[in-house]
Design a protein around this ligand. Sequence first.
Ligand SMILES: [Zn+2]
Length: 163
Amino acid sequence: MDLKQLEQVASHLAKRPVTIRYQPPVWDGAGGAAYKTKTGAALIDLNPGSDPLINLCHEAAHICVDWASMERTDIWKMEPRSLKISPAVKASAQTAAMESRADHFASIWLNYAARWAWYYMRPTVFESKLAALVEWPARDVESALKMWAEQKALEAIGGKVKD
Ligand SMILES: [Zn+2]
């Protein structure tokens, strides 16, 4: 796993420098985790047992859109898998909204990578997808956020968004 390449992609998508550790997150059972360190740096853990691209996109989305509400913390220094996510936090509406927004961004990026990988012709599809993501037009964050808001509004009135 070329972490430098993954960091380049994560930093581009998250719009700030991201460091990546290829190790299980401090949260037991999580495929990935994003942290804002005490000094205000962005850090992502990717669990080696999970799909790196899916988790990278999901965690980069948190850093991209939830950064202002993320608290500075030292928990990333703890042993991997040493914390449990509390059931109350897991079940909260705020968590559900944050997670669904991160998934929304991740699916936009993953679809983009799948669609444009052929163009880059790297030795592997995985590397081609990374090459595509590094060139994802960053201005699209605004339209992705708007799409998410519209989708939520439609869901609230029982409508369904067409592809
Ligand atoms: Zn998440």
